[in-house]
Design a binder for this molecule. Structure first.
Ligand SMILES: Cc1ncc(COP(=O)(O)O)c(C=O)c1O
Length: 310
């Protein structure tokens, strides 16, 4: 893994190797943390964080659903992120804020444990590879169903909930695939282990609705808007498993994976078995938006201020 010089931990910038917590940290035992995955890109106007405000809003919402207040304001977290990127000398990077229940009473009631926060940044290539973005990846439908709101909170990006994704991911990798697609508790297509999913059939783009057991992805929202701006009909509705294999095109979106096409599901080629033309069109404009080349999406970018030299 690429490292950085500094991490921000509970209000201080510390060396990467000194960013430590106690082994009795509540979140280590019970998963009581919430986090974000954000990316900053090099643009013509400087380094810019993609939809930073939306990510910070989701961090706050995830925390609220687990009875935590953010220990720093969103504006403070935003400024700290800017400073962290500058002090680490990165032009583009992945950004990982984490807010968690720290060392305190043991046991399942976390309400007396302090809420702590850190932000780390590092340079990270697209999660499913540049090759995956170009040629598409192979996925299998996981034997694990996506967590449902009967027992957890799919709309919260909470650490403990990711055991679900971890199991699905391990299963798919061990079976020789690059990604897993999880169905929801009713058997509808839900999402990837860390990505939302879009299906294209006869020129129409479909994605599971916001009220499904998905994480309401920020790149999902962006690609919905981009698809509509490009003139495609986009429908949010439940998707049957068979629709994946019978689709003309399927793609995944997420901060880590960006927009990665799916070329095979359960060993069945999707469409021609290569990324299709609508996927390509959305991917291209989305990439332009990420890298500040699409003026119409300029407000999605949070520019990292360059410190004056005085
Ligand atoms: C389970 C899950 N679904 C979807 C997404 C995509 O969300 P976003 O586009 O906000 O990165 C992620 C990534 O954060 C995820 O972990």
């Amino acid at each position: 893994m690429n490292t950085a010089d500094l991490i921000w931990l509970n209000g201080e910038f510390v060396a990467w190797e000194d960013a430590k917590v106690h082994v009795l940290t509540h979140a280590m035992h019970y998963g009581t943390g919430v986090f974000e995955g954000i990316r900053a890109y090099e643009t013509e106007r400087g380094t810019a964080i993609f939809r930073n405000q939306e990510h910070l809003n989701r961090l706050e919402a995830s925390a609220k659903l687990y009875y935590m207040d953010l220990p720093y304001s969103k504006q403070q977290l935003r400024e700290v992120t800017h400073e962290l990127i500058v002090r680490n000398g990165f032009k583009s990077c992945y950004i990982r804020p984490l807010v968690w229940r720290g060392y305190g009473p043991m046991g399942l009631n976390p309400l007396e444990n302090p809420v702590e926060a850190m932000i780390a940044v590092w340079e990270w290539a697209p999660y499913l590879g540049e090759e995956g973005k170009r040629d598409g990846v192979r996925a299998r439908v996981s034997s694990y169903r996506r967590i449902s709101s009967d027992s957890l909170i799919p709309h919260s990006k909470a650490s403990g909930q990711y055991l679900n994704s971890v199991l699905a991911k391990i299963e798919s990798i061990k079976a020789g695939y690059q990604e897993a697609i999880l169905l929801d508790d009713k058997g509808h297509v839900c999402e990837g282990s860390g990505e939302n999913v879009f299906v294209i059939k006869d020129g129409v783009v479909y994605t599971p609705p916001q009220a499904a057991a998905i994480l309401d992805g920020i790149n999902r929202k962006s690609c919905i808007q981009i698809a509509r701006d490009l003139g495609f009909e986009l429908i949010e509705r439940d998707i049957a498993r068979a629709e994946l294999a019978l689709a003309d095109e399927v793609f995944l979106t997420g901060t880590a994976a960006e927009l990665t096409p799916l070329r095979e599901i359960d060993d069945i080629p999707i469409g021609e078995g290569t990324p299709g033309p609508i996927t390509r069109q959305i991917q291209e404009l989305f990439d332009d938006a990420l890298h500040g080349r699409a003026a119409q999406y300029a407000e999605w970018l949070d520019l990292v201020p360059v410190p004056s030299r005085s």
